[in-house]
Design a protein. Structure first.
Length: 515
């Protein structure tokens, strides 16, 4: 703060803060302020016939002021909306002392300050429901001006719309940009709806480790750290799958977790290195049951969040009304490319990728090559919810072999709006088969695939004690939030998305390092 260059407005606000203190007004009081009404509730329940007028105590930010001599108006914003406040000098400051109005309200109070107002609710001559202030309390002084949108000749300016600044200063974005807070209210409603759905089926919410000795359960590059006391490397989890399956081994019939996962990979409109995934595992079920379970769940969540099964994302109207189509991976690729992947060797798949202009790496095996073909030529074409099922075995090292074709697995991915939303299996519970799949993954790692899975010997040991037939499913909660709120970038549904350091901060760190 000492070295911070202050703007003229910031200097004025600091001077106002000190002037308040000189008049015995604490700009940051510690005492509780009891709120008896909120903006939306006050407006909804107002009655012109009510006598005497309802008395309320409200609190929030000053978002605008109109000074008009002895009487003025200000707009107060709380967590639920805005309401107009009428401030009269004679009502606010009875007697001879007019300082509170003439000095504090007119000169020292700024847009962005938090205040408490006590008074009665009434309707102005222009028909606006307002609060007639009888008492005003300064609750917190704002030392930086808010980027309030202004209008001139029908055009908005000074709007806080730059995405980088909005995401970096989300606390400002939430205050000044209408609708941003609603996105996160809906996000929480989405979590609550899903949790209610699982709990109603008798499944147990659990917590599993974030720091893991082996980064298992998915094909992804992990973040690596070091534990000083144990003197071992540890990894931020890329998935919680293998721990949840251990709990099925331990005797739970159904477990789920909302998991914070971390993957040291690229960042774009649909990827953030830290994200939220829900995974659920249910004993004695298979992937056919899980498809029906999933589509019914998503239909319920859409209704709970938006009151309808249809959502608009960009130019697309997406319906979460169950049931959803089911198409095999081979059928999807054949229909979109004319190429049949059935029985094809790694060389044949690589040759097709070259012919089709799909960039691949030498380290990629059959599974990765097929994944690239689907991702490039098919995935983006599925706008309405669609289950892509029966993946080749090379793509699914944790999945049970298909009961009618050992070259395939009992797996589905749910595609919505051109992206994967959910991934599910009939879980592999044969410990010998699972070990051999892990060994094959290690061969891929030796070829240079840094996303290949590491053998988790303790997980193999758990399977050797016996795991019942189980179906598991993971769903990207951030992507689901994007769909249900009509957003096209993941940053819009994360309160604090990962950002590069600010230039000033980065330069300061470089200077400090040089010194």
């Amino acid at each position: 703060m000492a070295n911070q260059e202050l703007s003229e407005q910031e200097i004025v606000r600091r001077n106002s803060m000190e002037a308040m203190r000189e008049r015995g007004i604490d700009p940051y009081p510690a005492a509780e302020y009891t709120v008896t009404g909120h903006t939306d509730e006050i407006k909804e329940t107002f009655s012109d016939e009510l006598e005497p007028k309802r008395e309320v105590a409200i609190a929030g930010r000053v978002m605008s002021r109109r000074i008009m001599g002895k009487a003025s108006f200000m707009e107060l914003q709380d967590a639920f909306g805005r309401i107009q406040v009428y401030v009269s000098r004679d009502d606010l400051c009875p007697g001879e002392d007019k300082d509170l109005y003439n000095v504090v309200f007119k000169k020292l109070l700024d847009i962005g300050d938090f205040v408490g107002v006590r008074g009665e609710v009434f309707r102005t001559k222009t028909g606006e429901i307002s609060v007639h202030a009888r008492e005003l309390t300064v609750l917190s002084k704002s030392l930086r001006p808010l980027p309030i949108v202004k209008m001139k000749d029908g055009q908005a300016y000074d709007a806080f719309t730059d995405p980088e600044q909005r995401y970096r200063r989300r606390y400002v974005d939430l205050v000044v940009n209408k609708g941003v807070k609603d996105i996160f209210v809906k996000r929480t409603r989405m979590f609550n709806s899903m949790r209610e759905y699982f709990n109603s089926h008798g499944y147990l919410e659990v917590d599993t480790p974030i720091l893991q000795a082996i980064p298992g359960g998915a094909a992804a590059r992990p973040f690596i750290t070091h534990h000083n006391t144990l003197d071992i490397p540890l990894y931020l989890r890329i998935a919680n799958e293998l721990y949840l399956k251990r709990l099925i081994v331990g005797g739970f019939d159904g477990v789920y977790e909302f998991s914070r996962n971390f993957r040291n990979e690229g960042m774009d409109r649909t990827h953030n290195p830290e994200f939220t995934c829900m995974e659920i595992y249910v004993a004695y079920k298979d992937y056919n049951w899980m498809m029906s379970f999933t589509e019914k769940m998503l239909e319920k969540i859409a209704l709970d969040v938006n009151g309808t099964t249809e959502v608009k994302v960009g130019d697309n109207v997406i319906s979460f009304k169950a049931p959803y189509p089911r198409i095999t991976m081979a059928e999807a690729i054949l229909s979109k490319t004319g190429f049949d992947i059935t029985g094809k060797s790694e060389e044949e798949l690589r040759a097709f990728c070259k012919e089709a202009g799909i960039e691949v790496e030498p380290s990629m095996g059959k599974g990765k090559l097929i994944d690239e073909i689907f991702g490039e030529k098919c995935e983006g074409t599925y706008i309405q919810p669609t289950f892509i099922i029966d993946y080749p075995i090379e793509m699914s090292p944790l999945t049970k072999r298909h009961r009618s074709n050992p070259e395939l697995t009992e797996r589905f991915e749910l595609m919505v709006n051109g992206k994967e939303l959910a991934n599910a299996y009939s879980e592999l519970n044969d410990p010998i088969d699972q070990y051999e799949r892990f060994v094959e993954q290690m061969r891929l790692a030796d070829k240079g695939d840094d996303e290949a899975m590491i053998i988790d010997h303790d997980f193999i040991r758990a399977l050797e004690y016996g795991m019942p037939p189980t179906s598991g499913m993971g769903i990207g909660m951030d992507r689901l939030a994007m769909l249900l709120t009509g957003q096209t970038t993941i940053q819009e549904v994360l309160l604090f998305p990962q950002m590069r350091p600010e230039k000033k901060q980065a330069q300061a760190e470089e200077t400090e390092a040089e010194e």
